[in-house]
Write a protein that binds this ligand. Structure first.
Ligand SMILES: [Zn+2]
Ligand SMILES: [Zn+2]
Length: 746
């Protein structure tokens, strides 16, 4: 009995039988303890004459014969079936035998230090694959078992002399011909089995024939040689090889660490003395939707084509890039990919569609309607500043192989473009004609979409090409994938303006929250919001206008401090009242609460006041009262970080009428859509309204008409209408009829 670390106490007795010819642990122990190496089994798994009792029997079928023999000899202690792990073929489940064979090795241990040094020259993403997994593997490096006892594969290029054992490695066809006995055969022979095996060489030592060994080469050697073999270097393509070696970047999954990542490094270190790639991005594994590793036996394998067919290849790509670092495991499944589609790609598409719809209405031509610097609004200059900033962010991130930050930056930019630039510019596009401001808006959005398609091309190649093709003119390169990647333009940056817009978006977001809290509908104009946002906060008039419009308020007041908007309420101080007044403290407290801050301050100006409470005279002193800040009811306060916003919710008659008008205009817009009118169709608006709404309609008919593109307004619904609806707005019943305006009518 020998001690060995590979035996454990969990299974069986803690004593195992060992056979050095049938297992790596057994073999190593055999070497260490100088045990006899006994091999009674041939390559077909049958016992040989070395074990006469079972000669010719397949090893698994010999069990009964061996058991009988043990019984006969009276040495069988007990017989019982025993379940244990066993190697089996991963394809067909056939049980396998461990079998010690002679093999050819590459002596990688001779270049171990060089390989460790070359590994350190590679940028690993994540770095721990290089320092950890591969580093550990190299630190404990073993020689590479190169030969395989199979038929198909790259033939091992070794010839051995029958007579004297001389061995030669052939490195080219030229060498093969040089050493071959039949030189004509060697010149044209197919270099694979069985053909190559017909080529015998002449031994340089003894002149006898040399035969090729029967082995083929480990397939990892083939893939691990691609840095050189792909060019058939050094026989051909010297220049191509030199230009492309070492590779900038390779990418494979984590499980290739000891596979391709290692074999590339090993062959290149031996042949070229350096690492064959500069950067290596290691990807994680795909999990199913519940985060479980996919496997055929569990039946939870997700076919990427199923997702691609439903959501598109770009949605899957965007999800994989944006969800987490490439080396993290990824959940796959419809829902997560659907999210990428809805949140990003649909927003992109909607933004493009908005542009395309109006560009076709106005017949926008990027070669004629060019960008005029002086006509740009703050909004235009801002989106260009954001564009060049995201160009830098995406480029820097990609240079660092950080796709997550790159996609996050692009996602934030698209949000700014869609939910702020386009949203705040809509009215510029709705206006009639092609004024300078409208051209500026078109030219800006056009250029931004063009550049965005280029920025997105490496991430979502189909969608970006789709957008680019629809935007490009004949003067542009024919594919987005042939364009230069956009470059950062420091001159387009306007950090101050970006700060203002970021604040504006925050104010709008807080303002909407405040409106929600106050339950005031969006179309009801309000007088003002008051904002404090730190000492340096400032907003140019143009930016303020954007906030006014978006929040539907008449004014944005920026102030350093909101406290002056708060009122004060007197609050009783029970710590002084209680001990001094005892049972009368409560009555005193009630009295204090009933006073206004102003009157109680006046009363206590002298330090104390004697007041009549329920027929008694009670003395109230200055320290019996504290004052608490209280927000007057008209305000709603919302805050985020140092940004605090007060929404003034008072609605006077003037504001109410404005709200009414906007509500009516909105409902008529919806009717236009329901009736299927084109956005440019002019209409005739007819209405009937009860007494309570008559005045408002009369006073505002021109404004409503211009909002809804009505060429004529009639205060009686007569004749045929294309759509008629009746609605109740704040108690006034309004009946509206619409029909498209026929030029003959005019
Ligand atoms: Zn099999
Ligand atoms: Zn020889």
């Amino acid at each position: 009995v020998y001690a060995a670390s590979f035996v454990n106490m969990e299974d069986g007795t803690g004593i195992v039988h060992t056979a050095p010819a049938f297992g790596e642990d057994d073999y190593q122990l055999g070497l260490e303890k100088d045990l006899p190496f006994f091999q009674p089994v041939d390559l077909s798994g049958r016992f040989t004459e070395a074990f006469p009792m079972c000669e010719g029997m397949f090893v698994k079928q010999a069990d009964d014969r061996i058991i009988d023999d043990l019984k006969e000899r009276g040495v069988l202690y007990r017989l019982a079936p025993y379940e244990h792990d066993y190697p089996f073929c991963w394809r067909c489940d056939t049980p396998l035998l461990y079998y010690a064979l002679d093999s050819w090795f590459v002596k990688t241990t001779a270049v171990k230090d060089q390989m460790i040094a070359n590994n350190a020259s590679i940028n690993w993403y994540p770095s721990h694959v290089g320092t950890g997994r591969l580093g550990d593997f190299l630190a404990n490096l073993k020689d590479w078992a190169l030969s395989r006892d199979r038929y198909w594969g790259t033939p091992l290029n070794l010839w051995v002399c029958d007579e004297c054992g001389e061995t030669i490695a052939i490195g080219s066809r030229e060498e093969l011909v040089e050493h071959a006995i039949d030189k004509e055969l060697a010149k044209r022979v197919e270099l694979h089995r069985p053909y190559i095996d017909k080529v015998d060489l002449k031994c340089s030592k003894c002149g006898k024939a040399m035969h090729r060994v029967t082995n083929v080469i480990d397939a990892w050697f083939d893939s691990g040689s691609m840095h050189t073999a792909q060019w058939h270097y050094p026989f051909d393509n010297i220049e191509e090889f030199e230009e492309s070696f070492p590779a900038d970047f390779i990418c494979e999954a984590m499980d290739q660490t000891r596979g391709w990542f290692y074999t590339l490094l090993a062959t290149s270190t031996i042949i070229h003395g350096q690492a064959p790639y500069r950067n290596c991005v290691v990807t994680g594994l795909g999990l199913d939707e519940d985060g479980v590793k996919m496997s055929k036996s569990k039946g939870n394998v997700i076919d990427p084509w199923d997702m691609i067919d439903v959501y598109g290849a770009d949605a899957l790509r965007w999800y994989l890039y944006s969800s987490s670092a490439p080396w993290k495991s990824k959940r796959l499944g419809g829902d997560v990919v659907k999210d990428a589609l809805y949140k990003f790609l649909d927003t992109l598409r909607n933004t493009y569609d908005f542009f395309a719809l109006y560009a076709s209405i106005d017949d926008f031509d990027p070669r004629r309607d060019v960008l005029v610097e002086g006509d740009l609004t703050a909004l235009d200059r801002w989106i260009f500043s954001r564009l060049t900033k995201v160009t830098k962010e995406a480029t820097d991130a990609l240079d660092g192989y950080d796709v997550v930050s790159a996609t996050a930056a692009l996602d934030a930019f698209l949000d700014d473009l869609s939910n702020w630039y386009v949203r705040s510019s809509r009215r510029r596009f709705w206006r009639g004609g092609m004024g300078r401001d409208k051209v500026a808006a078109y030219a800006t959005l056009y250029r931004v979409l063009m550049e965005l398609s280029k920025l997105l091309a490496p991430f979502v190649p189909f969608v970006s090409e789709g957008i680019y093709q629809r935007l490009r003119t004949e003067d542009d390169v024919e594919s987005v994938h042939l364009c230069r990647y956009p470059e950062f333009d420091a001159d387009a940056m306007d950090t101050d303006l970006e700060g203002q817009m970021a604040l504006a978006r925050k104010i709008v977001s807080l303002g909407h929250q405040a409106r929600n809290q106050a339950q005031v509908r969006v179309r009801q104009p309000l007088s003002r919001v008051i904002v404090s946002a730190g000492e340096d906060a400032h907003l140019d008039a143009e930016v303020v206008t954007l906030i006014d419009t978006e929040l539907n308020v008449e004014k944005v007041e920026l102030t350093a401090d909101l406290s002056s908007y708060f009122g004060e309420v007197p609050t009783p101080n029970f710590r002084t009242l209680g001990p001094r007044l005892g049972p009368q403290a409560n009555a005193a407290a009630e009295w204090i609460k009933a006073q206004s801050a102003e009157s109680i301050r006046e009363a206590l100006a002298g330090g104390a006041a004697a007041v009549e409470i329920s027929g008694r005279t009670i003395e109230i002193k200055a320290d019996d009262v504290t004052f608490e800040a209280q927000l007057p009811k008209q305000f709603v306060l919302v805050e985020e970080g140092e940004t605090r916003l007060l929404l003034d919710t008072r609605i006077d008659d003037r504001l109410r009428e404005m709200g009414w008008v906007r509500e009516i205009a909105h409902r008529i817009q919806v009717m236009r859509k329901d009736a299927g009118f084109d956005v440019t169709d002019r209409i005739v608006l007819s209405y009937e309204v009860g007494e309570s709404g008559a005045g408002v309609m009369k006073r505002n008919r021109d404004e409503i008409a211009s909002e809804v593109l009505a060429t004529a307004v009639e205060d009686k619904i007569k004749g045929e209408q294309e759509i008629v609806q009746e609605f109740d707005v704040d108690g006034a019943i309004l009946k509206v009829g619409l029909r498209r305006f026929d030029t003959k009518e005019g």
